[in-house]
Design a protein around this ligand. Structure first.
Ligand code: PGA
Length: 247
C-alpha cells in the first residue's frame, strides 16, 4: 500500500536558530512514523535543513520554482538549482502564489513540468475560494486547475503529488469536514483516472488548517493520502501528532 505523505509548509518563517530547534525536535520524534515526511522551507535554508534532516528519513521541499530553466530572470530559483540541493519536493501553485503573485493555471502547469524534468516532485496545489464554494463552483475550479497540469504534463502526470487546499481553510482555523474534503478528493481522483492508468498511485494531500485534533479523521478518508500543513508544521508537538495519525 502507498504510504501517506505529511508535508510541512513553513511559508516565510524561520531562522537559522529556530530551524535547527524545530528540525531537531522533529528528528527526535519521528522514529516510529509510518508515513513519508517532508518540510518545505524557504530557499535560503535548503542547505541548512538538508544537513539537519540527513539520516532522519525526513525529505526537504521548496515552496516555489521558476517557470524558466536558466538565464536572465533576476531573483528566480530554477528546478535544477533545487535538485542540486537535494530537494525532493516543490510546492507549485500554492494559493498564496496564485493570489499575490498572479500565477495562472498555465504558469503552474509549466512550473510542474520544470520540476519533473529536473527530478523534483511537484506538489501541485489546487483549491477554491470561499466565494467560489458559496456559488457552487468548487468542482469546476479544482478541475480547471488540475486540467492545465494534466494537459501540459501528459503521461508524467502520475509522478506529481496533488494538494487540495480550499483557500477559505488556509490559515483560518476553518477546516473542510472530512466528508467535504473527501468529496473533492474523489473528483480529483476521477480526473486523474481519466488521464493515467496509474492514478491510484498519485498522492492527493489535504491542506487547510490541518491540526493535531482533526488530522486522524481527515487522513482516514479513502482518497486523502496525506496532508500539507502550514501553521501546525511550525510546532513540533503538533506536527508530530499529525505524523502519528498518518499511515
Ligand atoms: P495552514 O496552511 O495549515 O496554516 O492552513 C496550509 C497551507 O497553506 O499549505
Amino acid at each position: 500500500m502507498k504510504k501517506q505523505l505529511i508535508a510541512g509548509n513553513w511559508k516565510m518563517n524561520g531562522s537559522l536558530v529556530t530551524n535547527e530547534a524545530l528540525v531537531n525536535a522533529l528528528a527526535a520524534g519521528v522514529g516510529s512514523a509510518q508515513c513519508q515526511i517532508a518540510v518545505c522551507v524557504p530557499s535560503p535554508y535548503l542547505a541548512q535543513v538538508r544537513g539537519l534532516v540527513s539520516g532522519t528519513g525526513i525529505d526537504v521541499g521548496a515552496q516555489d520554482v521558476s517557470v524558466h530553466e536558466s538565464g536572465a530572470y533576476t531573483g528566480e530559483v530554477s528546478a535544477g538549482m533545487l535538485r542540486d540541493f537535494g530537494v525532493r519536493y516543490c510546492l507549485v501553485g500554492h494559493s498564496e502564489r496564485r493570489q499575490y503573485h498572479g500565477e495562472t493555471d498555465a504558469v503552474v502547469a509549466d512550473k510542474a513540468q520544470r520540476a519533473l524534468a529536473a527530478g523534483v516532485t511537484p506538489i501541485v496545489c489546487v483549491g477554491e475560494t470561499l466565494a467560489e464554494r458559496e456559488t457552487g463552483r468548487t468542482e469546476e475550479v479544482v478541475k480547471r486547475q488540475l486540467a492545465a497540469v494534466v494537459h501540459t504534463n501528459g503521461h508524467c502526470i502520475s509522478e506529481i503529488v496533488v494538494a487540495y487546499e480550499p483557500v477559505w481553510a488556509i490559515g483560518t482555523g476553518k477546516t473542510a469536514s472530512p466528508e467535504e474534503a473527501q468529496q473533492v478528493h474523489a473528483v480529483l481522483r476521477a480526473q486523474l483516472r481519466a488521464a493515467t492508468p496509474k492514478a491510484d498511485r498519485v498522492l492527493i494531500l489535504y491542506g487547510g488548517s490541518m491540526n493535531a485534533a482533526n488530522a486522524a479523521q481527515l487522513l482516514s478518508q479513502p482518497d486523502i493520502d496525506g496532508g500539507l500543513v502550514g501553521g501546525a508544521s511550525l510546532k513540533p508537538a503538533d506536527f508530530l501528532s499529525i505524523i502519528a495519525a498518518a499511515h
